[in-house]
Design a protein around this ligand. Sequence first.
Ligand code: GLU
Length: 483
Amino acid sequence: MTVRVRIAPSPTGNLHIGTARTAVFNWLYARHLGGTFVLRIEDTDQERSRPEYTQNILDGLTWLGLTWDEGPFYQSKRLELYQQKVQALLDKGLAYRAYDTPEELDAMREAQKANGEAPRYDNRHRNLTPQQRAAYEADGRSSVIRFIIEDDREIAWNDLVRGNVSWKGRDLGGDMVIARAASGNDFGQPLYNFVVVVDDIDMNITHIIRGEDHIGNTPKQILLYEALEATMPTFGHTPLILNEAGAKLSKRDGVTSISDFQRMGYVPEALVNYMTLLGWSPPEGMTEIFALEEAAQHFGFERVNRAGAKFDWDKLNWLNGQYLHIKPADKLTDLLIPYWQAAGFQADWSDRPWLERLAAVIGPSLSRLDEAVPMSEYLFKDAVGFTEDAIAQLKQDGSAKAIQAVADAIAAHQPLTETTVQDLIKQVVKDQNLKKGLVMRTLRAALTGAMNGPDLVQSWLLLHQHGLDQTRLQAALEAAQGK
Ligand code: GLU
């Protein structure tokens, strides 16, 4: 049997991290077994689906490297198939038209509540006579299509992650609506639990791997597989991603869509690596830093946890840093330019040597690409302000002397290189009889405006190439002298 799995996002929002993680597990499973990964866009909900969300989902999956083998298939283009299948269930007597008005349904639920019962449809229109039906139609009532769920059914499956799971028919809320209201012989919009099964059957999906939030849908879907006389797939419900408080990660937690992570400067290799670790543990001997292809070699559901996976920003940042620190300067430069440009920095963007040198200098300190903006601002701006600490440093005894001596020595050390800068500093230390630490700290304050930051000598060389070192030294001298 060839394994066929799918990811079936609804385009009612941007690609969510939970959906993306489900996509990762499906992708890994397909690649592990040489199977097929199908993409289906579940856009039957016309009111909430938007083309821009579909685009965001396709872009996000592509950016993450979660390549699909078939699709994207759009449910909105497959309505005819769903209608045929609704009709087939009606013809077999496994589904029926129910004419309840919203007011009647509300009254039914209120009565159940008053009796301390769980709300459910009481199947009151399951056995209408042809005369009753005709009377409702003559009244102009519209009807939904309900699929029969017998209370005494026991539905069980062997879940890839959770092992044996079973449900009772009576806990499924009564006969379920599979198509929304329409008049006469028409069908309204078919609903998720139904279309997902029709499509999974039609696309020969063998393994349904999705988030645990869908576990309550699975018994209903199993009954639909039976009704449609299809081969039962294997189900696997993956643990949810939890926030700090241990609740399901939701929009309220702030950043949850893949495009947000992208904008914040996470790289796709790090994000897919991290998402894989949200629920899956690599086998012994395998490091936590891996490419998807590598994880695919070892992936299986026996190492997927049942417990929810806590989202850990520190770990993600650490992992992202690991990828950024080893990025070649030219690649890192390509990634950083959009951030610098978005921040409004001015530079000659074709001056690759300068930009790559800068990328190489700050790369080892980055855990996110967007951090490059505050970290390198002092190299793009003509003038920088001084932090309080920097001012304090500049006002120390000997600082002004050090700055003046450095400024005077630059001309004699051309061309300025790592070696000549070191020589220059040594000479200033010796000639002015100053401590090297003081000279270095003063230079950092003078050139960068702050006491912490990327490598000082490299920063100096970058500034020098833009003719900015002398002006910075002069400004620092004025600050040192309290002007
Ligand atoms: N459209 C559903 C969702 O986005 C798919 C669920 C499933 O995989 O069956 O949650």
